[in-house]
Design a protein around this ligand. Structure first.
Ligand code: SAH
Length: 366
């Protein structure tokens, strides 16, 4: 039965949520290997052996939210709060451009005050003036339509806003009451309305999360018609309520990593022409080859850090963040080598739009 459903997926037939859940739980290692092979095969059919790189700049850890899992939550008083200077931020984007990354991701904690909207707009203008101007993705949380439109106009073309979990009960269990799934969904709708290439994703291996919940997440990505997916394993952070119960028991992290790889593979087979990131959280669990395993499970994007190392220790969303003291240049060299070892090549000087976005626009008659 597993192989029948896998074949259906490979052929591009519609899978219902039950079938997606079956695919997420291969009965043995051989079946899991076939799943990964099928997903990487489809990735190669769509994108060749190329991996898109985006330079990541974590420009501020100031956050007004109190998500129960996140190391930079408002009430974590152990974190030293920072906003990079304009020059530091623009320098990160310039490095991404010079490195040939083609695209930069600007990520921060969540604020919705007017000064923050102005700051992000100014950053976008400044990056727009660079000689090797990279494409710009924002990951700055829920904002009004007006703010999303303003940033879009100032030069951002992609936006990542994770839904974290599409299950109402899980979402409620890991967020304070004022942070709702409905508001998150509405923000994703606004991003699409504002014309962004829109990305979302979930955390994998959350307390109480079942395979059926994860199948529901993939169904949510499909229903929302998303262009980009970024997901990774949940990793307990010691200074947060969800991390307080202590670090993982031996083997738990690796289990979450494996489940994340299956999520990547099944998401590739179901959504097909979207960009899927092999995220840093994979690397946090397996520093040697976490992200490379993500590529071998069908992902086609990696987001190496290009920000100044001085800030990295204060942007620990979870424990075990990798490459805390490695500079952007050595990260780049290592990545080229580790990709070569799995037969993949960075796609330099292209900003790597997700083909799904153009299909979505064509369908809408835009
Ligand atoms: N504040 C921004 C983005 C910064 S956080 C926003 O609202 O979109 C980026 C992502 O890190 C979150 O969306 C969450 O999915 C992930 N994250 C936070 N804490 C985590 C943890 N303990 N384990 C794994 N991922 C985590």
């Amino acid at each position: 039965m597993y192989r029948e459903i896998l074949k259906k997926a490979v052929d591009g037939a519609f899978l219902d949520k039950t079938e997606i859940a079956v695919l997420l739980a291969p009965p043995d290692e051989a079946a899991e290997g076939e799943l990964f092979q099928a997903a990487q095969g489809l990735k190669r059919e769509l994108f060749g052996n190329l991996v898109n790189l985006r330079g990541l700049v974590e420009f501020s850890n100031i956050c007004t939210r109190d998500c129960l899992y996140c190391g930079i939550r408002k009430s974590n008083s152990k974190v030293t709060r920072y906003v990079m200077s304009m020059d530091e931020i623009v320098h990160g984007a310039a490095l991404a451009g010079e490195f040939g990354y083609g695209s930069v991701v600007l990520q921060s904690g969540e604020r919705s005050d007017a000064a923050f909207a102005d700051l992000v707009e100014e950053i976008l203008f400044r990056i727009g003036e660079l000689p090797y101007k990279p494409g710009i993705t924002l990951s700055c949380g829920e904002q009004s339509l007006a703010t999303y439109l303003r940033w879009r106009k100032a030069g951002a073309k992609r936006y990542l806003l994770r839904i974290e979990s599409s299950s109402e009960s899980i979402y409620r269990a890991i967020h304070p009451a004022e942070t709702t799934l409905a508001a998150r969904k509405a923000a994703l709708e606004r991003l699409k309305e504002a014309g962004y290439q829109t990305g979302s994703g979930v955390m994998i291996g959350l307390p109480g999360q079942s395979t059926a919940d994860l199948a529901g997440d993939i169904d949510f990505f499909r229903t929302m018609d998303l262009d980009m997916i970024g997901m990774g394993p949940f990793i307990p952070q010691a200074d947060t309520p969800l991390g307080k119960s202590g670090p993982d028991l031996p083997g738990m992290a690796e289990q979450r990593l494996k489940l994340s790889l299956r999520m990547i593979a099944v998401t590739r087979l179901v959504l097909r022409d979207v960009n899927i990131a092999a995220t840093t959280a994979l690397q946090a669990i397996d520093p040697v080859s976490g992200r490379e395993r993500g590529i071998c499970a069908g992902a086609n994007v990696i987001m190496p850090n290009v920000g100044d190392t001085a800030f990295r220790k204060d942007y620990q969303l979870y424990n075990g963040k990798p490459a805390l003291d490695e500079n952007a240049e050595s990260i780049r060299t290592q990545l080229i080598g580790s990709l070569a070892a799995i037969g993949e090549v960075p796609r330099f000087h292209e900003d790597g739009d997700p083909p799904h976005y153009f299909r979505r626009m064509a369908n809408a008659g835009i």
